[in-house]
Design a protein around this ligand. Structure first.
Ligand code: F6P
Length: 744
């Protein structure tokens, strides 16, 4: 209807304007026609009356002539008749002859086009005809016609012209509308056919598209794909990512899909403490990131059951609902023998792959026995995935370097599954990775994934270079896709983050109160400035370098002695590994040495370093973050580092300073931190001094920018982006599986 109006209204207006412009023309034409007719008529009458008139004039009877004229005027059109014998005589005329017509002035009416007289009786036509005869009296016959009928006729004609134009307008409009509707529908149908069935995906041009569209189809599809990507990225940038957003995406994009997470580390560990069972949250970046995701989307999390009371709380399928206070998803535990744990977790994963990928000057150790356990445990996890899958095509999120073989094992057993693998640690350059005796198997195992994610593009590049170097696989650097055995893996960058906003209970306690309580709990003076570091006790975290920086600060700026205390929370980690035991010993020794050097002793003094080697629950950790004047992350190599982001999340008061190692993935996202090289003790000491003396306004400005970024690029976005890509991949896959539908 709207379409019709859009066509018809302008057309009607144009035609009406045209008809309106025609009216004066019609007047002119009709007038000219009628004047010509009246001229002819006047000639005819003159010829007819000439003889009887001349006879009467010859007879000299004026009265008879006037009567004769009066009789002629009984014709409805002839208004008056007159006769002028000469130019100086008075006219002999019917009584109706207008006074304006004078014998002396007859020439006036003989000029071409001068036949009209606008008298008080209305418009009149005046014709002057000479009476030509040798015998009879000559003179001029004046014939006056009434022209009022001309005006009437002209009005009628104008009305008809107008009606005709309106009729034409209506017919033309209808024809236009019909043609427009028919061709518009055809166009729309053509376009729809072109774009239908995820027309944005790479597929043959639909056979339902009209032939005239086919030449442009591919270009159009590409354009729409680009627009879609553009729209998506714009849309995403305007989106606030929350658990609800993630749930909505799962609902709309992956409705009813079966989501399974697999990792070595479990999100909740049940530990027996005498008569009681305690639930622990492990110090793990992986758990920090994935736990809120699982709360948002339910599903099943498969992980190694490592707690002393883990077996006591599971059901007969080895499942337990978590979080304990309000079950939101299922935790399915996988049991490992001590040998398996030793070979797969401590051995191959943490003495081999961990130092290999971190290049933190600790030699990787590769033992064939460890490798056998690694293979066997990966198979065990694959069994668990197959057992937990509710459909033949689940979405499986495989986490980290403990499970590098799992993607391929899943693909072999559940070929329709979408496997998204995320590698939480760095991927080294091909030369470094080449040390691993089973490098080919590791890379091929990972290439069982549909999508393989890293935190940074640098690690994506390293991985693709490694494949290129060691495997017979097709590497497409434009789309960043690797194809092995006909199966493609997309290698993508997904920088991980934390939940945002943080739980209200995490930031519930006021900053002043946190500071006071922490000072009191640790026997620190009331005015002391606190610095904080929170890590697993791992040699990659640069804890020794951090202590060295504190020592250097006190050497260079002795005014901080007794006025600054650095609290290091160090969660015990992988303590069965010799290297970790040595590292812990070195860390403890360094703290003692520095404290002896700069500690003043006495009741009101504080040690420069407070080392707390014990597990802390997340809420306690947040209280330390909130109490601190600065946080120090000095990793020697870290793919991302979520402690840095947590520290920012904890500071809703927009105070405090973050000192961040340039060798973390986080440093690429947070340039407003004080970025340091942890190997450069002087530079780190200067950063500590700067942080302790930084004006509150500058602290606020830096905090605001960094908190803004973490809030925007939070963990829901990280997971949402991967799941959206998986959803797109699945739709594409389903479409390509279907035989192409042809026009009947
Ligand atoms: O950094 C890699 C990683 O798996 C993290 O995701 C996690 O923070 C840490 O290692 C946990 O190590 P583990 O599970 O050995 O305690």
């Amino acid at each position: 209807m709207r379409l019709s109006l859009r066509f018809v209204l302008p057309l009607l207006l144009v035609l009406a304007a045209f008809a309106y412009a025609m009216v004066p023309l019609v007047d002119q034409f009709t007038l000219r026609w009628f004047v010509r007719d009246l001229d002819i008529r006047a000639n005819l009458i003159a010829n007819t009356v000439q003889e009887p008139l001349q006879e009467q004039l010859a007879a000299g009877s004026r009265a008879k002539t006037i009567n004769f004229f009066n009789r002629i005027t009984q014709d409805e059109r002839v208004y008056a008749v007159g006769y002028c014998a000469s130019t100086d005589s008075r006219p002999l005329a019917s009584r109706t002859l207008p006074a304006e017509i004078l014998c002396s002035d007859l020439d006036r009416w003989q000029a071409p086009g001068e036949h009209l007289l606008h008298s008080t009786q209305g418009p009149l036509h005046v014709a002057v005809k000479p009476l030509a005869s040798e015998a009879a009296p000559a003179g001029q016959l004046v014939l006056v016609h009434d022209m009022s009928f001309v005006a009437r006729r002209s009005e009628e004609t104008k009305r008809y012209v107008f009606y005709v134009f309106m009729g034409i307008a209506a017919v033309v409009s209808m024809i236009t509308v019909i043609i427009a509707q028919v061709s518009w529908r055809g166009w729309v149908a053509g376009m729809r056919a072109l774009l239908r069935g995820e027309g944005l995906l790479r597929q043959p041009v639909p056979q339902t598209a009209s032939p005239e569209f086919r030449p442009i189809a591919r270009d159009l599809q590409r354009l729409v794909r680009e627009l879609e990507a553009d729209y998506r990225s714009r849309d995403e940038s305007q989106m606030t990512w929350t658990p609800e957003t993630l749930r909505a995406i799962l609902h709309s994009e992956l409705a009813g899909e079966d989501v399974i997470v697999v990792s070595n580390r479990e999100p909740y560990i049940h530990q027996r403490q005498g008569e009681r069972i305690e639930v622990q949250r492990p110090a793990s970046g992986l758990v920090t990131a994935l736990e809120p995701i699982m709360r948002a989307c339910s599903g099943t999390w498969i992980a190694h059951g490592s707690g002393s009371a883990d077996r006591e709380v599971v059901d007969r399928h080895d499942r337990v609902g978590v979080p304990p206070e309000k079950n939101a998803y299922q935790l399915r535990r996988v049991w490992l023998t001590p040998d398996e744990e030793s070979g797969y977790y401590y051995g191959f994963s943490n003495e081999g792959l961990w130092p290999l990928c971190h290049i933190a000057h600790v030699r990787p150790i590769f033992r064939s026995g460890d490798w056998s356990h690694y293979v066997a445990v990966n198979r065990k996890f694959a069994d668990a995935v197959v057992a937990e899958a509710k459909t033949r095509a689940p979405i499986v999120l495989v986490q980290d370097y403990h499970l590098a073989l799992l993607p391929r094992l899943i693909r072999e057993r559940l070929p329709a599954a979408t496997v998204i693998t995320f590698w939480h640690i760095p991927w080294p350059n091909p030369e470094s990775f080449a040390i691993c005796p089973w490098r080919d198997e590791i890379v091929a195992g990972l290439l069982g994934s549909s999508i393989l994610g890293f935190h940074t593009q640098f690690h994506c590049n390293n991985f693709v270079d490694t494949v290129d170097r060691f495997l017979e696989a097709r590497v497409d650097r434009e789309s960043f896709t690797v194809t092995l055995g006909g199966k493609a893996t997309a290698v993508r960058r997904y920088p991980i983050s934390i939940a945002w906003p943080p739980d209200a209970e995490m930031v519930g306690k006021p900053v002043e109160q946190c500071r006071a309580e922490i000072r009191q709990a640790n026997g620190l003076p009331a005015d002391i400035a606190i610095g904080v570091g929170v890590d697993r006790l791992d040699y990659t975290k640069g804890i020794l370098e951090r202590f060295r920086a504190v020592e250097r600060l006190l050497e260079l700026n002795p005014e901080w002695i007794g006025r600054f205390c650095f609290v290091q929370i160090a969660a015990p980690s992988r303590s069965r590994i010799e290297e970790y035991q040595d590292h812990e010993a070195r860390v403890r020794a360094a703290a003692i040495r520095i404290n002896e050097r700069f500690g003043r002793g006495g009741r009101d003094s504080a040690p420069p370093i407070l080392l707390k080697v014990q597990h802390h629950e997340p809420q306690q950790v947040y209280e330390y973050y909130r109490a601190a004047a600065l946080g120090f992350v000095s990793s020697l190599h870290d793919a991302m580092n979520l402690v840095a982001k947590e520290l920012l999340a904890s500071r809703d008061d927009e105070r405090g300073v973050l000192i961040l190692s340039e060798f973390t993935g986080a440093a690429r996202e947070l340039p407003e931190a004080l970025i340091v090289n942890p190997y450069d003790a002087d530079q780190c000491a200067a950063a500590l001094h700067l942080a302790l003396t930084m004006a509150p306004a500058e602290q606020r400005d830096r905090m605001r920018l960094m908190r803004g970024l973490v809030g925007e690029f939070n963990v829901y976005r990280w997971a949402g982006r991967m799941l959206l890509d998986a959803a797109l991949m699945r739709r594409r896959g389903r479409l390509l599986e279907k035989p192409a539908t042809r026009k009947a």
